[in-house]
Design a protein around this ligand. Sequence first.
Ligand code: XMP
Length: 512
Amino acid sequence: MKSNELILILDFGGQYNQLIARRVRECNVYSEVVPYHISIEKIKEKNPKGIIFTGGPASVYNEESPMCDKAIFELGIPILGICYGMQLMTHLLGGTVSKANKREYGATSVCITPSSPLFNGFQEINTFLMSHTDFVEKVPEGFSAIGNTDHCPIAAMQNENKKLYGIQFHPEVNLSENGTQVISNFLYQICGCKGDWKMSSFTKDSIVALREKIGDKKVLCALSGGVDSSVAAVLLHKAVGKNLTCIFLDHGLLRKNEGDEVENIFRNQFDINLIRVNVQDRFLSKLSGIIDPEQKRKIIGEEFIRVFEEEAKKIGAVDFLVQGTIYPDVIESGLGKGAVIKSHHNVGGLPDHVDFKEIVEPLRDLFKDEVRKVGLELGIPENLVFRQPFPGPGLAIRIIGDITEDKLNILKDADLIFREEVEKANLGKSINQYFAVLTNLKSVGVMGDERTYDYTVALRAVETTDFMTGVWSKIPYEVLEKVSSRIVNEVKHVNRVVYDITSKPPATIEWE
Ligand code: XMP
């Protein structure tokens, strides 16, 4: 259930926008990211306590740059402009933004005016992340400068009467010391928030709200065993019990033992109505001979929907279909999307022919770590709640080239060994995704006195927060050594193990 207090975050295309929303929520105030061109009527309708303009890569003098309606400043709602947001505020209100010769980038000493409500409780000198080329040279009428750096004469500004504030630095990133306090001051000292958004009440309130909404009607959920659909399913189960039916489709492309683990948790621990559909052979035959990664994705996505529809038909009409959509899936940037590198459809996308009246998306407002908190509150085991991301097409895109049952078994065994050793070495939390890949390469080896001609397994491990970029993980040699020796000894038909030391970009995380 939403709180009455809302902070609207206008998205001007900056890379930290979701982080701003997270920080606001950490301060117990509910926040939403919306496109920068949201209409004034819509803003009034949403009735926010405050508005934040994000940063962005554009320059206010470029005609195509994202701009908001100037009337926003007349609404009487406090506004905080961050980086580009500050420059835009300046530009629209008649101040001057100029281009510097040199970009100011990195953790920087900023001298601020502690008497400003935005800096309540701060010392004069603070370290914040600066990342800009343009800068505010002259503040608009009614504003005063409340911060500067060696290179930036106006690093912060305010119009206290109108409650309009601008900061050139990024308070939302960890590099900015006490950055969250700047955001908290904006929320509490300037917007007058009370702070009644709490995760613990979310779970309780959602169960009550779902129960009210659904009553004794029928609900259907496609369970993948991933974090989002698992949490959504358990939440629904707490609300409507046996009126929820989950379909868990085992396409044989899951990690070793995963199908049984999922079944065990949901059927035995939670006593959820679960239909497990074993369609390993059907998927294998559809994938037979397919080597193109995008074609694999397409076949798996389509087949998944087809099987789901067939099963749903057996159940008959339902009133609601559950989707595990989370907030980052729904944030719509005002700025469009970049090039498609891979079609990252989630297997289980919306089926066309399932007979249902309405979709319920109980996690639509939450970030991933918030979903995990709800999962723990619901009693879902930690190893599922903190499960690393697993692609919808599963192991199909970790076997280079065509897929056979033998290759799947080799990969499952090698992958399990890698995961066991990473977990034993306590590296599981610091590496965000780690798995084995079955390269299609065979090479010569020697085992005992025999020549072998067998597969090469590649190990992949990356550290990343957004999965858009990432670095390869520096796993200690001893751990790699153990993994390698166990794989070649325990997994038949593997005689060589290599470690992928490429970051993203230029490589991607998955090999296909
Ligand atoms: P890449 O390989 O593009 O992966 O660096 C980034 C993240 O996305 C996951 N991934 C997928 N997830 N369907 C999914 O649901 C897909 O087709 C897919 N391809 C990649 C990948 O595991 C990583 O977390």
